[in-house]
Design a protein around this ligand. Structure first.
Ligand code: ADP
Length: 304
């Protein structure tokens, strides 16, 4: 450390006086202290992060346990509800067959309403069970090799009458053979949810197109499923939420169509367990297109 002072003799500059002090030791000391402080800081930060991680994990145990119990409860309750509901359904059928003709018009309407409600409840219970099971740590998946073409043909013939009853033309486009690896039942369920929704939310006289194709991408071969309709469409602010459980754009319309608000949540789950993605593009009043990309190719190496 050096300081300098000019020295004058009268008005004349006689010279400059410099004084200096050796501070290398202090400088070195400060540098080392700084290094030690930085190292200690990082060390304590690491310890604090680790400690808070373990503490939060411990604090999460009771929350996780109660969450798990709740999930098990929903699964068990749904499972238990299925039997009485199917008994109720078949009892109503028997009742209708035995005494249907002697009932008054009012009683007949009540009976039809009861049957509809029981059917709706049975569907909701079955959807809830699927979702509750989807949240268990290891959802049951049966991966197999199968041809998607007969599945699509079967789907089109089973949803055809529904489309016809609404005067909707249902078209399907696909290759002659589509070997895929995946959970057959789940993929069938996914296709059914999308086609059923397209028919439900398309007014009479409309069109529904189901297109399935194979697309070779950089790393994987993908199965592309597109379900396009000329229906009511979905507003952009709703498009983000329709995959949420129980979310329905118009509760009344969905209810009338027998909807539960769980279909697309199940569809999204099925797509995700197959490591695929699903998205919707829509113009309100003109129609919607749901696109699913599944990495279930024709080669076993790309299987899930
Ligand atoms: P829901 O049982 O009510 O049909 P979903 O989960 O299948 O339940 O769908 C959620 C909501 O998304 C529906 O209530 C409907 O408002 C909207 N939606 C789904 N598919 C379509 C479609 N193809 N066109 C227009 N709206 C749709």
């Amino acid at each position: 450390m050096i300081t300098g002072q000019r020295i004058y003799h009268g008005n004349e500059l006689a010279g400059t006086l410099y004084t200096g002090r050796e501070i290398s030791y202090t400088y070195e000391l400060i540098k080392r202290l700084l290094t030690i402080l930085i190292v200690l800081g990082i060390l304590f930060l690491g310890v604090a992060v680790l400690l808070s991680y373990f503490m939060s994990k411990r604090a999460m145990i009771p929350i996780r346990q109660s969450f798990q119990r709740q999930k098990e409860f929903v699964a068990d309750a749904s499972h238990e509800l299925r039997t009485p509901l199917s008994i109720l359904n078949s009892s109503l059928d028997v009742f209708e067959m035995e005494d249907g003709e002697h009932l008054s018009d009012f009683s007949k309407t009540v009976l039809v309403n009861m049957k509809d409600e029981v059917k709706r409840m049975a569907k909701m219970v079955s959807d809830l069970l699927t979702l509750a099971r989807s949240e268990t740590d290891r959802p049951a998946l049966t991966v197999e090799r199968f041809d998607l073409v007969p599945t699509i043909e079967q789907l089109v013939s089973s949803t055809g009458p529904l489309a016809q009853s609404k005067n909707i033309s249902l078209h399907h486009h696909m290759p002659s053979i589509l070997i895929v690896y995946g959970d057959h039942e789940r993929i069938k369920q996914l296709l059914y949810i999308l086609v059923d929704n397209a028919i439900k939310y398309t007014p009479p006289g409309g069109e529904v197109h189901l297109t399935v194709s194979v697309e070779a991408r950089e790393k994987q071969t993908m199965i592309l499923i597109k379900v396009r309709d000329t229906g009511v469409g979905i507003a952009p602010e709703d498009a983000e939420r329709i995959f949420d459980r129980f979310y329905r754009v118009e509760k009344n319309r969905s209810r009338k169509m027998g909807g539960t608000g769980l279909g697309l949540a199940i569809a999204k789950w099925i797509v995700e367990i197959h490591q695929g993605n699903i998205h919707v593009s829509s113009v309100p009043g003109q129609g919607s297109t749901f696109t699913v990309a599944l990495p279930i190719s024709t080669s076993k190496s790309a299987a899930i």
